[in-house]
Structures are given as structure tokens and as C-alpha cells.
Design a protein around this ligand. Structure first.
Ligand SMILES: Nc1ncnc2c1ncn2[C@@H]1O[C@H](COP(=O)(O)OP(=O)(O)O)[C@@H](O)[C@H]1O
Ligand SMILES: [Mg+2]
Length: 246
């Protein structure tokens, strides 16, 4: 469903992604772990062209592109069929939960307001936020805001969802409610790429794990392989520092 080949990205002199390749199959959950600054966000942002990588190829669904030459139509195609969940939620401050979920349906997918509202309400229900549909972001806890963020992503019926540290901005007691919503999305068969430091959660949910460091994928494989039997010393060091308990 998504094939990434030889992605490179620099910011001025700083080469953040040096040569990144991987594949995600339909229905698969890919976890990306690695130290802060290793390029995880840059990689996700490059996949949906919030950043444009300097080099590399993408094959997404039935479309292949050389990233530097990707056209407006290529980018629109990727954005139409994908959704992103951000660490900082990125909700519109002056829109209610319901309006936030409706926004992409109306603006991007050109649905009629009534239809958009029905779809949005369905997805607010899925994340347990139906009663708060008329609340503004400032009236919601972090966990509730992120559940709205996930409802907004799910409502678009994306082929793939990118999560960039969806629980990193949350107080610890709210992490669980957001992880539960992501577990549900996996049960529904969603294809997802999740960047997170919630190692136990990733161990449980991921089909495939990539460990990034220094602009490269240093180790990759099943959660059992990467978490329990890491071969690379850098992976071993990283896992010793984070909270992973089997
Ligand atoms: N827009 C940008 N301009 C300049 N440098 C950036 C930009 N975005 C990220 N970086 C740098 O790229 C490196 C990787 O950042 P990032 O992808 O956010 O890492 P991670 O998400 O793994 O913590 C960092 O050194 C960061 O400072
Ligand atoms: Mg990041």
C-alpha cells in the first residue's frame, strides 16, 4: 500500500534523513521509534508532503512518484487518501469538536454539510466524544482533544493514518484513553504508521518496528525481534533508557 524508497532530506547543512526505505502493507501497523531528533517527524511529514524530501520515491496505492518531481495532483492524491494525527492536536481553536471533525469533510472532500455532520457525529461517538460535540478545544482536556483529533482523521476514511507522538503532550492519566482509541482503529483494520515513545503499547499493537538513529533505519523487524532481541548496540542502548517491560 505504501512503499518508500531512498528518502533523503536535509535542512541546510543538516542531513536529517540519509537513506530511508520501507514498506507498509494494507492493514499493517508500523511503529517508528528512535531518539529525539532522529528524524521521525520529518519522515512522517515527508510522506504527506508537509515537507518535501530532497530525493526518494514513493509508491502509494496505485500511484508512483519521484518525490522531487511530484506534481500537485500527486500531492493532492496522497493527502486525499491519508490523514495525520499530531502531538499538539492541531485543532481549530474557534471551532467546536464537531466543526473540527467536519472541516476536512466539507473543505477537502466537498461533502454537503448535512452529510459531513452525520459522518462527524458517527466518529465522535467512536472516540467517546459525542456528548462534547459542541465544546471548543479550550474546554477539553488533552486526552479529549486528541480523541477529537483521531475522530477527525478517521472521519476522512483514509487509506493510511500517520500518528506523530499522539500521546506525548498528554498528562499520564490521559494516555490510556487515547491508546484505546488507536487500538480500536487497528481492530477496524486501519493501516497506520505510529511514531511514539509508548514502547509497551507499540510492542502490543505493531506488526513491524523501525528503529531510527542518525538519519538511518538502524534496526527493523517484528516487535519481538526489535524489542526483545535487538542486535544493534544503538537499539539496545535506546531500549535500556526507555520504559519497556516485557
Ligand atoms: N523545518 C526545519 N528546519 C530546520 N531544521 C529542522 C526542521 N525540522 C526539523 N529539523 C531538525 O531536524 C532534526 C530532526 O527533527 P525531527 O524530525 O523533528 O526529529 P524527531 O521527530 O525524531 O524528534 C532535528 O535536528 C531538528 O532540529
Ligand atoms: Mg518528532
Amino acid at each position: 500500500m505504501l512503499k518508500v524508497q531512498h528518502i533523503r532530506k536535509s535542512f541546510n547543512q543538516l542531513e536529517v534523513l540519509k537513506d530511508i526505505s520501507f514498506e507498509v502493507e494494507r492493514g499493517e501497523v508500523l511503529a517508528i521509534i528512535g531518539p529525539s531528533g532522529s528524524g521521525k517527524s520529518t519522515l512522517l511529514r515527508s510522506l504527506n508532503f508537509l515537507e518535501r524530501a530532497d530525493d526518494g520515491h514513493l509508491v502509494f496505492l496505485d500511484r508512483a512518484m519521484h518525490i522531487p518531481e511530484a506534481t500537485k495532483e500527486d500531492i493532492a492524491y496522497i493527502r486525499k487518501h491519508s490523514a495525520m494525527v499530531f502531538q499538539q492536536f492541531n485543532l481549530f481553536k474557534y471551532k467546536t469538536a464537531l466543526e473540527n471533525v467536519m472541516e476536512g469533510l466539507v473543505q477537502v472532500q466537498k461533502k454537503k454539510k448535512d452529510e459531513a455532520k452525520q459522518i462527524a457525529l458517527q466518529h465522535l461517538e467512536v472516540v467517546g466524544m459525542l456528548e462534547r460535540q459542541n465544546y471548543y478545544p479550550r474546554q477539553l482536556s488533552g486526552g479529549q482533544k486528541q480523541r477529537v483529533g483521531i475522530a477527525r482523521a478517521l472521519a476522512l476514511h483514509p487509506q493510511i493514518i500517520f500518528f506523530d507522538e499522539p500521546t506525548s503532550a498528554l498528562d499520564p492519566e490521559m494516555v490510556g484513553e487515547v491508546l484505546d482509541v488507536i487500538r480500536e482503529a487497528k481492530k477496524e483494520g486501519h493501516t497506520m504508521i505510529i511514531v511514539s515513545h509508548e514502547m509497551n503499547f507499540l510492542y502490543e499493537i505493531a506488526d513491524q518496528v523501525l528503529f531510527m538513529d542518525g538519519g538511518y533505519i538502524v534496526e527493523q523487524g517484528t516487535p519481538e525481534k526489535v524489542f526483545l532481541n535487538p542486535v544493534n548496540p544503538r537499539t539496545q542502548q535506546f531500549l535500556a533508557r526507555v520504559h519497556f517491560q516485557k
